[in-house]
Design a protein around this ligand. Sequence first.
Ligand code: SAM
Length: 366
Amino acid sequence: MRKLSSATDPGTLASWIDGGYEGGDRALAAHARRVMLEEVGPSVHMRGLLEFSNECRCDCFYCGIRSSNGRANRFSLSVDEIERVALDCLASGFGSMTIQSGERRDEAFLEFVEHSLVRIKAATRCADLPDGLGITLCVGEQSRETFERFFEAGAHRYLLRIETSDPGLFRRLHPARQRFDRRVRALQDLKEIGYQVGTGVMIGIPGQDSTSLVRDIEFFHAIDADMIGMGPYIAADGTAAVEMERRGLRPEGSARERLTISLRMIAATRIALPDVNIAATTALQALSPTGREAGLAFGANVMMPIVTPQTNRQAYQLYDGKPCIDEDADACSSCTARRAAFVGRPVTYNQWGDAPHAIRVPKEAV
Ligand code: SAM
């Protein structure tokens, strides 16, 4: 595995995550902010987050939309509905969209995603965005051929969290048929195809400590990630909660501690991997009303206001207390812009907002 630079050796990063940064967490946030300003600038990039289906073949023990949750009210938007949301994103000035769903691999689903991508691109080309909205796809592990199809159809970024880089921990949280090595292979395939690749982990999952979190940062580095999305693990309601309890899998630390560790992880990742995009995720806000602002203050530079139609939000309940369920897309976009302004950060409009890491010419090519 490629090693991080000596400026951010594993022992130092672990001590920061444990709260040992000299001067405390405010000083750690200030350090991350300096690195962020220098490497990616002050801007916050917005991606409208559309959760277009909660149908899922996976059974991740922790997740509210796992396949064995018989109580989940399953839904899938139509291509017309997806296109309408894309046009709303364009009208709001978002340069990019993230389109996310549960995982399916049947041909009908693959064709549906492909068709949706083509339609979004065709509908959103305009003077400000000659190539249409930037699209980040997040529809789980797929075959290399499928990733290639989606790339051809117009997705240029892909988000696939590794969830934890510790294979033993991964095994405890997933059924045996969901394999760690295949998830890693999928990330490598995405990179080789030419996607900008995003990954990330849940923070505070049972059995995780600062050493394993530092290995997560080393993993992001090793797979050459362009974007990172991390957030606290939050116990889900219903069958996921029962399954986790049955397996003796309880979150590490209180909600407050998990939020604190998540913020330190954002800062440590910003310092270790200065030029990537890092999201201030919705899950941060589930644990504190100002969790996303705190994420920005600790070095994040992307926000993803939810643009899922209000009637479907309740059904995309990944964990208990997921925020923004009663709001509509307009409310979410103005609220996230206000949150960015609150911490003194400008928002970029009508731009894709790719990470400098993704568009930088490798030194050896110069
Ligand atoms: N199926 C796609 C995939 O596997 O990448 C995307 C959908 S999946 C529901 C999106 C993310 O939700 C996961 O990567 C996971 O990190 C997060 N998630 C699921 N359950 C969670 C929970 N209980 N607490 C925090 N995050 C959770």
